[in-house]
Design a protein around this ligand. Structure first.
Ligand SMILES: [Zn+2]
Length: 201
């Protein structure tokens, strides 16, 4: 699958310029339930946490988070700089960027982060963003299993501090990208994650 980088960047950018029309139609209650981890839909795929086993990590903000996720289903994991980022689900690497030195919370950096995108067997893709310069450990076309170390946390691109910006998307009709909310396997059960909480596995 060839990922259209331009569309991806628009998706990433839309959070800031309010162009995300699909999200605009999402009911407020659904957004609130996702934001506070009260969402109970139980058919979504259960992902592993995108970091090494045995660790506990604070979730800076969750789906529709108050700071920069107001219009997106994305998760910010408070990994430290150089901490390993792991695949949260098995799949195949379909795109990556490893050579960006741009960093800082300025708009011109929005499309400059280092990232890895992994496509899963059901056609969904996971995006792992803000990776450290030259830390990506996988290649396009490579198959990975859940838990495989794919790179290291950094703050490349549009980021204030090192963290992992993680989200799932699928391609819908007419080439529209749709974000997908998912459950995770934590040491406290299977659940949708909530910003401001610690999670381990
Ligand atoms: Zn984020």
């Amino acid at each position: 699958m060839k990922i259209n980088k331009f569309i991806l960047f628009i998706l990433f950018f839309s959070n800031f310029c309010f162009l995300n029309l699909a999200n605009a139609q999402i009911p407020r209650k659904l957004k609130r339930d996702l934001r506070y981890g009260r969402y109970t839909e139980d058919t979504s795929y259960v992902y592993e946490m995108p970091f090494e086993k045995g660790k506990r990590v604070w979730l800076i903000q969750g789906y529709y988070g108050w700071f920069s996720h107001k219009h997106e289903k994305a998760l910010d994991f408070n990994l430290k700089r150089s901490e390993n980022v792991c695949a949260a689900r098995s799949g195949r690497v379909v795109d990556l960027e490893n050579n960006s030195k741009a960093t800082g919370f300025i708009r011109s950096n929005i499309n400059k982060g280092n990232y890895v995108i992994i496509e899963h067997s059901d056609g969904t893709c996971a995006a792992y963003w803000h990776l450290k310069y030259n830390s990506v450990k996988v290649q396009v076309g490579q198959k990975v299993t859940a838990g495989t170390i794919i790179g290291q946390c950094g703050k490349s691109g549009y980021a204030i501090k090192p963290h992992l910006h993680f989200w799932i998307f699928r391609r819908g009709d007419y080439g529209i990208y749709e974000e997908v909310a998912t459950r995770f396997k934590t040491d406290n059960g299977i659940k949708y994650l909530r910003g401001g909480r610690w999670y381990g596995h």
